[in-house]
Ligand binder design. Structure first.
Ligand code: SF4
Length: 111
């Protein structure tokens, strides 16, 4: 799969297309209702970004058989879902880390 930046919904679509060998018809006709991505596989979905992120997290949990450490250390750089595997948008993680660093640099009065 390509390196193109995708939003969570586009990543789900790309993953389903990859799963079906690039055939949009096979994605449309997919019968695997047990797949976490099944409901969001269409070319367009009205679901909110948060729902897509949670769904990707659920899919990653299924992929690693529930092993959260394996998700954290996922080596599959080619997987389009990888940036969203924590169920949170990467920009949110970046913002949280920045806030954490700022907190560590907090100087108390008189020090
Ligand atoms: S990102 Fe990793 S854990 Fe998630 S679906 Fe892809 S390969 Fe599996």
């Amino acid at each position: 799969m390509s390196e193109r930046k995708r939003n969570p919904q586009q990543s789900i679509r790309a993953h389903c297309l990859w799963c079906m060998g690039g055939s949009s018809q096979l994605v449309r006709e997919c019968l695997d209702e047990s797949c976490a991505l099944y409901q969001l596989r269409g070319p367009k979905s009205d679901e909110a970004e948060r729902v897509c992120l949670r769904t990707i997290r659920r899919h990653c949990l299924a992929c690693t058989v529930g092993d959260r450490q394996a998700i954290r250390a996922c080596p599959e750089k080619e997987c389009v879902l990888r940036p969203y595997r924590f169920g949170v948008h990467p920009r949110t993680i970046k913002r949280r880390r920045k806030r954490q660093v700022e907190k560590n640099h907090l100087m108390l009065p008189g020090m």
